[in-house]
Design a protein around this ligand. Structure first.
Ligand code: ATP
Length: 798
């Protein structure tokens, strides 16, 4: 009874003692969650405990349920799996087991539990909370383990859930901790397979995890440019899928493809619930003469270290889990921490778990539409987009003759990893609909100088899903360099819409074309920007293509240099990252690399900060008897200060260390802009591209009137129309209208994805001097980074 009652604060309230555990299947990012929970808890003055080996640790107690300190979670961020262990524990499913667990918690005075696991673990946790009062009663009255006074402060147990699952199967949240890491592993493996498959002209059937959830298979299908996928939520007809699969693969071969990829979720079934195995799929492909191999990826999908997305997701959710514990009251339903687009959310644990379980039930009862409807709306959209660009590229989805469009695609500014992937999806979707996609070579300069416009075909783009850089070429030149030539090319090629993919230059180009509408009515067509820049500085949005790939590169880079210090120990690296006047990459790379300090252009650098760094680093190395197995990271954005250069910061820190630790600089440079796109960037690239084409289709449908006789248009119609057809030549004639909302940026803000009109974003959200948005949406990351690095605690002490 050592711990019982010992934690009652002077005001009579129970001081929070929070235990954190991981349970069920492990997933990359669980360690980041544990680290964030432990350190945030300590920051808020709580006593923190770790439960080792999942619910087994709760039942057995002893060394499996013990205090965990700040230092104990050092190095957790870079490790895969779960370092506090996980297990399946049948005894916890029994009431006696849960009573034993309650006894162990009360003995230590623990009154809150943060559980990171799948739906099984979270169901168990919620059941435990509900039974808690009766378990406590039994422990007092029947077992006489405690006196009524001893249990008085433990009337309720607080439970907060974090979803750790590679399947991404929890209803209500866009991604679970580990899902993007598993997807990245799959995509990496399929990229490797692609190379050999192309060499031998083979077909590969790749089986991925997902018993009841097809998220991994679907997203892998999109990200790897697969020909066909099988997922449990959308089972194909029992005797028809074979013919369709053959047709699709053959068609793609006829179009010139040298290999085929089919992704099969392990829980794939037909509409009679018969399993569809990878061997079944192989047999069908062999029948059409394809040299077919099967690869079952298995546990490789769970393995490895967490990608950047999972590290920041787990960190932010871990921080919020502790806040949720502190804000909890006995009447608050147990919360589950999720994410909606870019916003961390809390949702009721019980309902989310119930909905998740009902997906499997609906599949078992053949209610497939209901099952897929329980996934988030993007899941359905992504599925439809995948089918539209692969299965339905057979001419069955062509737009009516009069609605087929000419759509231009142009890359502007510095290259980022997902330019090709987004162009590929835009082109494939255009072709499915019978539109003509045109690639403009080398940005607007291509258009101005030589009018390089190329109609793009299926084979031109089919393998662009994993190519970094820009195949059509990109350039910083803006349309204002020669608006007349740009307008001439738009007219000559009869563009009905244009997609610009780029960063702040792309944003500026969009505004220039919008402003030039009065002068050149030809620009009175939908022109959209897909933000794509590692700086993430396009105003109006919180997400740009390329940032995720860049963060993954920096995660690998910082992990490697941290490790390089493991032999010599006691080394600090000042890492200079790109981003221009936007501190996004600096702030996020700080969070995902576990940096002790981050210098952003928003905050600049002053001597006090550097002094604080030195104090923090000294503190880190002070009691260090060799536990610090890796180096420490300081992140500095490239323009964070004119005076305090990366080298100067390193020199000052080194000089003050008085030989206690060494300091080096590390500058990754352009490696941050290149490379193979991450799986997340690929799927967002595809999502944005298809949404943009649909937007252009919608606009044209609403605003086109195939009126050959202009005089027949009513004056009311004439006002609202964007263009009409000349009665003599039949040519499209543009009406002057600068007020419409057809020049937009596709934006993610908080939990919303919207098309924001350029004129509004330009006027209300743009910092023109510093070339970025006015809203520094990543500011919170610095505070969270400061909590977890210990900086805020140190500041409190000083
Ligand atoms: P994954 O998604 O990886 O399968 P999970 O959390 O769903 O993760 P499970 O094996 O279902 O994994 O559950 C993990 C542990 O949670 C179980 O071994 C058991 O200890 C506990 N648990 C699961 N379901 C219940 C339940 N209904 N009641 C009590 N405890 C449960």
């Amino acid at each position: 009874l050592a711990g019982a009652n010992s934690n009652i604060a002077s005001n009579g309230q129970v001081k929070q003692k929070i235990a954190v555990m991981t349970s069920g299947g492990d997933s990359p990012g669980m360690n980041a969650a544990v680290r964030a929970v432990v350190r945030t808890g300590i920051y808020y003055g709580c006593d923190m405990y770790a439960v080792y080996e999942g619910y087994k640790g709760l039942l057995e107690g002893g060394d499996l349920l013990k205090p965990i300190s700040w230092k104990d979670v050092r190095g957790f961020l870079s490790e895969g799996g779960t370092l506090i262990g996980t297990a399946r524990c049948m005894e916890f499913k029994e009431r006696w087991g849960r009573k034993q667990a309650a006894k162990n918690l009360i003995e230590r005075g623990i009154n809150a539990l943060v559980v990171c696991g799948g739906d099984g673990s979270l169901t168990g946790a919620d059941l435990f909370r509900h039974e808690w009062p009766s378990l406590v009663k039994e422990l007092v009255e029947q077992d006489q383990s405690f006196t009524p006074e001893q249990v008085e402060p433990y009337k309720n147990l607080t439970i907060v859930g974090l979803v750790g699952s590679i399947d991404n199967d929890m209803s209500g949240t866009d991604s679970t901790i580990g899902a993007y890491s598993a997807l990245e592993r799959i995509v990496e493996m399929v990229d490797y397979i692609d190379a050999t498959a192309k060499s031998h002209s083979r077909a590969f059937v790749v089986e991925v995890m997902g018993r009841h959830c097809g998220w991994l298979a679907l997203m892998a299908g999109i990200a790897t440019g697969a020909d066909y996928i099988f997922i449990p939520e959308r089972p194909p007809k029992k005797d028809q899928w074979q013919a369709e699969l053959k047709e699709v693969c053959q068609r793609h071969r006829e179009k010139g493809r040298r290999n085929n990829t089919v992704i099969v979720a392990e829980g794939a079934i037909d509409d009679e619930l018969n399993p569809i195995t990878s061997e079944d799929v192989k047999k069908v492909l062999v029948e059409i003469g394809l040299d077919t191999r099967v690869t079952i990826l298995g546990h490789v999908q769970r393995g490895g270290t967490a990608v950047a997305h999972d590290r920041w997701l787990a960190t932010l959710q871990g921080v919020d889990a502790v806040k949720a514990v502190l804000e909890n009251t006995p009447s608050t339903p147990s919360p589950l921490i999720g994410i909606n687009e870019n916003k961390i959310i809390r949702m009721p644990l019980v309902e989310s778990v119930k909905l998740t379980k009902s997906v499997a039930e609906n599949i078992e009862n053949k209610h497939f539409d209901k099952a897929i409807a329980l996934r988030d709306s993007e899941f359905i959209d992504s599925y439809d987009n995948f089918i539209a660009t692969t299965v339905q590229d057979d001419g069955s989805q062509l737009a009516p003759e009069g609605e087929r469009l000419n759509i231009a695609i142009v890359h502007v500014g510095a290259p980022t990893a997902a330019l090709n992937a987004s162009t590929r999806s835009a082109v494939l979707y255009c072709l499915t609909r019978g539109h003509k996609p045109y690639g403009i070579s080398n940005g607007f300069s291509g258009l101005i100088n030589d009018g390089e416009v190329k109609e793009m075909k299926w084979l031109d783009v089919e393998n662009w899903h994993n190519l970094g850089g820009s195949e059509i070429g990109t350039n910083r030149v803006l349309p204002s360099e020669d608006l007349g030539s740009v307008a001439y090319q738009f007219q000559k090629n009869k563009f009905d819409g244009c997609i610009i993919i780029g960063g702040f230059e792309g944003f500026t180009a969009l505004k220039e074309l919008y402003d030039a509408r009065k002068q050149y009515p030809i620009f009175n067509i939908p022109i959209l920007l897909i933000p794509s820049t590692i700086s993430n500085n396009v105003p109006g949005t919180e997400y740009s293509l390329g940032t995720d790939t860049c963060l993954n590169t920096l995660v690998n880079y910082t992990d490697s240099i941290k490790q390089s210090a493991s032999a010599t120990r006691r080394r600090v690296f000042v890492v200079e990252v790109q981003g221009g006047h936007s501190g996004y990459i600096a702030s996020f790379s700080g969070l995902v690399s576990g940096a002790v300090s981050v210098y952003t252009p928003e905050k600049k650098i002053d001597l006090t900060d550097i002094q604080e760094d030195i104090a923090l680093l000294k503190e880190n190395f002070k009691h260090d008897n060799g536990e610090t197995k890796s180096g420490k990271i300081v992140i500095r954005n490239e323009v964070a200060s004119d005076v305090y250069t990366t080298q100067l910061v390193a020199n000052i820190i080194e000089e003050s260390s008085k030989g206690k630790f060494g300091v080096r600089t590390a500058i990754p440079g352009h490696v941050q802009q290149g490379g193979v796109p991450s799986s997340k960037d690929r799927i967002f690239a595809s999502r944005f591209a298809v949404k943009c084409i649909k937007f252009i289709e919608e606009f044209n449908k609403k605003n086109t009137k195939a009126v050959k006789n202009v005089s027949a248009i009513s004056s009311e119609d004439a006002h609202s129309l964007k263009f009409h057809y000349d009665k003599i030549s039949g040519e499209k004639v543009f009406n002057v209208d600068t007020e419409d909302n057809s020049c937009c940026v596709i934006c993610i803000t908080g939990s919303h994805l919207t098309f924001k009109p350029i004129q509004e974003v330009w006027e209300n959200e743009t910092d023109l001097v510093l070339r970025k948005g006015e809203n520094i949406h990543w500011e919170e990351m610095n505070k969270i980074g400061d909590i977890i690095s210990g900086r805020l605690m140190l500041r409190r002490e000083l």
